[in-house]
Design a protein around this ligand. Structure first.
Ligand code: GCO
Length: 255
């Protein structure tokens, strides 16, 4: 028996970067909780394959291929939802990239690319979603941060900066829109088994460090974010705002 507070039936969730990885896992989990899905990615063919996988499970899936860093493309995407009578009730700002390089060698172009994809995109997509949620007096925005919203390690500083920004953007959005009935929170994944981290898993030293440094003694599975995503997308979190929920196997909480 599931508490109806966690039921997403009748709600539409946009999940950016949901062709693969954490975004795809969260989209699937929100659909399992009853949500209709709008899946997003830049590449139409990859997105279509991901959408088909979800449709084969019987889920209601709309594809929206757009670049979350392109303001005009984001605005046009939401205008297309408006034209189709689709109301976005839940917006999961998940799209992100990683670029590992010593900061001394980091180019401005790569800095801008990481900040734009991991942080500015959440502003662009979140703002368009909120422009429709505020007049309705309700809506859920979940920004995907990282354990690196709180802690740094060398060679990923632009990513750390962007994810730190996600934490405070979340607080800022709550400051702006909580009074209008929106709840805006974040999830901070730990070291998860995703394509983005394949090189780290393959590196014996790094792999051993993650397993040793994480109290749970292992990497996280993408599906292990679903509970936090459903909670922060559902009525169960109606009095939660401006928070970040770390799903990191205990890494941040334990020395
Ligand atoms: C890295 C990893 C981290 C991941 C981790 C935390 O290079 O250290 O890519 O930055 O994002 O899963 O979210």
């Amino acid at each position: 028996m599931t508490n109806p507070l966690f039921d997403l039936t009748g709600r539409t969730a946009l999940v950016t970067g949901s062709s693969r990885g954490l975004g795809h896992a969260m989209a699937e989990g929100l659909a399992e909780a009853g949500a209709r899905l709008i899946v997003n990615g830049r590449d139409e063919a990859t997105l279509a394959e991901a959408a088909e996988t979800l449709r084969r499970r019987g889920f209601d899936v709309t594809e929206a291929a757009f670049d979350v860093t392109d303001e005009a493309g984001v605005v046009a995407a939401f205008q297309s939802f408006d034209a189709a009578g689709i109301e976005v009730d839940i917006c999961i700002n998940n799209a992100g990239i990683q670029h590992r390089q010593p900061l001394l060698e980091f180019s401005l172009a790569d800095w801008n690319r990481v900040i734009s994809t991991n942080l500015t995109s959440a502003f662009l997509v979140g703002r368009e979603a909120a422009r429709r949620m505020v007049p309705r007096g309700r809506g859920k925005i979940v920004n995907i941060g990282s354990l690196m919203s709180q802690a740094a390690r060398k060679t990923v500083t632009p990513y750390v900066v962007a994810k730190g920004g996600i934490k405070l953007l979340t607080q800022g959005m709550a400051a702006e829109w909580a009074a209008d009935g929106l709840q805006i929170n974040a999830i901070g994944p730990g070291y998860m088994l995703t394509e983005m981290n394949e090189a780290l898993v393959a590196n014996e030293t790094f792999n051993a460090w993650v397993k040793g440094r994480t109290p749970a003694g292992r990497w996280g599975e993408p599906r292990e974010l679903v509970g936090a995503a459903v909670f922060l997308s559902s009525s169960a979190s109606d009095y939660v705002n401006g928070q970040i929920l770390y799903v990191d196997g205990g890494m941040l909480g334990v020395l």
